[in-house]
Ligand binder design. Structure first.
Ligand code: ZN
Length: 356
């Protein structure tokens, strides 16, 4: 309830690190609170990352692990003036948010709410994000740190804690110092249903298509002018609709998704995101897109184009498969809490990671 009241919204248009200075306010507070628990190396660095170590209290040789969460909230809705509301022993009925009564949380829209009847839950008031993504993760890690520091009888290896800015705008690891972190592996704790566990994501590329038309004065344009905007429109019209599109696919199905278009008659730029759970599948989709572009460009021999592929990120499963214990231990931990691990592979999972 305290952490969500600190505005930590990140900004995709900023080129500073962190993207917004205000995120440091929460980072600073977390470092201070960890210090207050007796975690003496807790500190915030110049980029707003918080690093801390709960020292090992066992003589056993165990790996150094990390728990991580992000402190920023998404740019989609206001992060300022958040008024969290605690619903004690939630009655399972629809919740009308008081500051905007058109905002109603219903179990039909959010089936997970059904499972929360009888629990205490926290919502926003209707005009802002709550920011539970990922201040729920922050609070869990802070609480776990407090527990370990006050229960020395619970044995564990060294535990590294990490809080990062700017995850929602795709730059959460921009200034991360893995060497300094010094963990062998780690777990991100983030918003989601109890027991959910994700060990794979898409592999992701971006494609930028720039179409160069031929410009002349419209009064003297016959058989000369080639309009790049119209060519861009033809490319978009040729894209698959009932397949390879996020709006018509689910789960492990990849896609070719135009995210942005801009231009003038002589030059049109279209940005795409390409997603596939199998990295090799990205290439196939890029070849398909290229072939559609070629098809259109053949109709306009005087126009030219550039087709630039940028690597964005890769499915973590490709690395995790070489270290099966990382996921295995997480499953055991969830099962010990009498929950059934729910492995998810959702084709919209990276929306969360901020790749818009
Ligand atoms: Zn998150």
């Amino acid at each position: 309830m305290r952490y969500v009241q600190i505005d930590t919204q990140s900004d995709p248009l900023s080129d500073t690190n962190p993207t917004t200075e205000k995120q440091k306010k929460l980072s600073h507070l977390l470092a201070e609170e960890l210090q207050g628990m007796g975690i003496t190396d807790a500190h915030m660095d110049e980029w707003g990352y918080v690093y801390a170590t709960i020292p090992s209290n066992t003589v056993k040789q165990v790996p150094v692990i990390c728990f991580c969460s992000h402190i920023d909230t998404a740019p989609d809705a206001s992060g300022a003036g958040v008024k969290p509301i605690l619903h004690k022993a939630y009655d399972g009925k629809p919740i009308t948010l008081p500051d905007d009564n058109t905002q109603v949380l219903t179990p039909e829209m959010h089936p997970y709410l059904k499972k929360l009847a009888g629990h205490d839950i926290i919502t926003a008031s209707g005009t802002t994000l709550l920011g539970a993504d990922d201040k729920a993760g922050v609070a869990e890690i802070m609480d776990a740190a407090h527990y370990f520091m006050t229960h020395p009888e619970v044995k564990h290896g060294a535990i590294k804690l990490l809080f990062t800015p700017d995850e929602e705008v795709g730059r959460g690891t921009a200034k991360l110092d893995l060497q300094n972190l010094g963990a062998q592996f780690g777990y991100t704790l983030d918003g989601g249903a109890a027991g959910s566990l994700e060990d794979e994501t898409f592999s992701a590329d971006g494609v930028q298509l720039i179409i160069h038309g031929v410009i002349t004065h419209p009064g003297d344009a016959k058989d000369k002018l080639v309009n790049a905007l119209k060519i861009g429109g033809e490319v978009l019209a040729l894209l698959p609709k009932s397949s390879l599109s996020p709006e018509t696919t689910e789960k492990r199905e990849g896609f070719v998704h135009p995210t942005r278009i801009e231009g003038i008659a002589e030059r049109c730029t279209i940005e795409f995101i390409i997603r596939d759970f199998v990295t090799a599948g990205l290439k196939k989709k890029e070849e398909l897109l290229q072939s559609l572009v070629d098809l259109v460009m053949e109709r306009h021999p005087k126009a030219t184009y550039e087709f630039k592929i940028t690597e964005q990120y890769r499915n973590m499963k490709e690395v995790l498969d070489g270290h099966p214990n990382v996921v295995h231990y997480a499953r055991i931990a969830i099962e010990r809490r009498a929950a059934k691990p729910m492995l998810r592979a959702e084709n919209n999972a990276d929306v969360h990671a901020g790749f818009f």
